[in-house]
Design a protein. Structure first.
Length: 426
């Protein structure tokens, strides 16, 4: 399958995005171990989040889906049932890493795997703390899916991940739900805090003191009616697209604005983007608002250190922006990009090269000089949703038609992406 992108003069209009992937995963998992039926509105339409629902169903949780509204019939902390077969997380690293925390406490063994891409993604980062808590885990070659988890009566620990990871933090806290003590995660570099916010919304006692996040085990979690804000990571593609095409004006309504996620906006504003924040409110402890972006060429800049950890998912599309910025983009400390759905340093470099853009890569990043133009070309998603969407955006600013091979990869997180992009053409 191919998708063809023709150049655009500018983008204009109002859009509303599907629910945030990160929040959707967490709401569904916590709702499954809460007491009663939780209704989740604007649940993500992405395949990854529906892989989470499929795994929960296999664990005996009743789930009803009506459009973008999902009702999860929670069975409490001890309500999971042994699945009839291996759990299928599809392409979702979030599903396998976070749900494994809950599976580690079950009185039955579980195997969880996924597609070919997921089977290449490292799991040692969650296996280490779960073993420390008392679970037994095995994996292909000691670190790759599928995982087989022999649950146990877990003990509370304090754990400091060797690298910043919201998924690892969540895995440990989800395991901690089932312990009798206080489970703590030491987070030297802040990651997205959707897990902490969601656990509080469901009634858990969770506290933060400096870098230490502590959860009191065996809470009574009660069902909630929740709204999932629009996905800020998905908004990134439209924020960049508008800035590639000066004169664009795009309004993105109902976007999640968690302070742990808005480093994207901080970076873009610092690079010279014109973004206005409007109608700010709250939904279940999550900040929500509307963004209005007016397109103009940005300066570019550097992404490194803690900023890299905060922007890791947005770096592919920011690389596209960097090529047409005034000063270019340098990315450092991003070795994590090499173990995503693809090696995103290599796949970004490959596609930029096909479009006539210069890029120099390093072991943990790259440099894209500014002031470049895109040439219409044949590019490939390589099965990676963020690569597919980033280069659809690049195609808007190219000098001719761009063809994307395997564009269906976008459905992992944003099935409506291409239609939404087309609606904004001026």
């Amino acid at each position: 399958m191919e998708y063809r992108v023709t150049p655009a003069a500018s983008l204009r209009g109002h859009i509303r995005l599907p629910g945030d992937k990160s929040i959707s995963h967490r709401y569904a998992m916590i709702a499954a171990v809460a007491e009663g039926a939780s209704k989740i509105s604007n649940y993500s339409s992405g395949a990854d989040c529906h892989s989470t629902l499929g795994c929960l169903r296999s664990l005996g949780i009743g789930i009803d889906v009506d459009g973008s509204t999902v009702t999860v019939h929670g069975q409490g902390l001890d309500g999971f049932q042994a699945p009839p077969a291996a759990l299928d997380a599809g392409n979702s690293g979030s599903t396998i890493r976070m749900l494994s925390g809950m599976l580690a406490a079950q009185p039955f063994p579980t195997t969880i795997g996924g597609d070919e891409s997921l089977s290449r993604r490292p799991m040692a980062r969650i296996m280490a703390p779960l073993r420390e808590m008392g679970a037994e885990l095995s994996a292909r070659d000691g670190k790759y899916p599928p995982l087989t988890i022999h649950g146990a009566k877990l003990r509370a620990i304090q754990y400091e991940p060797p690298m910043a990871s919201a998924q690892v933090k969540t895995c440990v806290l989800f395991a901690g739900l089932h312990t009798e003590g206080v489970t703590s995660v030491v987070e030297r570099v802040q990651t997205r805090d959707h897990t902490e916010v969601a656990l509080k919304a469901f009634g858990a006692q969770i506290e933060k003191s400096g870098p230490v996040i502590s959860l009191h085990g065996r809470p009574l979690l009660t069902a909630q009616d929740l709204y999932v804000p629009g996905d800020l990571s998905s908004a990134a593609f439209f924020l960049v697209a508008a800035n590639l095409l000066p004169g664009s004006k795009v309004v993105i309504e109902g976007v999640g604005l968690s302070p742990s996620r808005t480093k994207l906006l901080d970076w873009l504003l610092g690079a010279g983007a014109e973004i206005r924040l409007m109608d700010v409110g709250q939904a279940a402890g999550e900040m929500v608002g509307t963004l209005m972006v007016t397109g103009r060429q940005v300066r570019g800049g550097v992404i490194e250190g803690a900023m890299t950890a905060a922007l890791i998912d947005e770096i592919p599309v920011l690389a596209v922006l960097g090529a047409m910025s005034q000063e270019g983009l340098t990315v450092k400390d991003a070795a994590e990009l090499r173990v995503k759905e693809t090696d995103r340093i290599d796949t970004v470099a490959e596609n930029l090269g096909r479009m006539g853009v210069r890029i120099a890569t390093t072991a943990d990043g790259f440099h894209v000089p500014g002031g470049q133009r895109f040439r219409g070309a044949e590019v490939d998603s390589f099965g990676d949703h963020r690569i597919a969407m980033a280069f659809a955006v690049a195609g808007l600013a190219a000098d001719g038609e761009t063809t994307i091979a395997n564009p269906e990869a976008a459905s992992v997180s944003f099935p409506e992406f291409y239609a939404t992009l087309e609606r904004l053409r001026d």
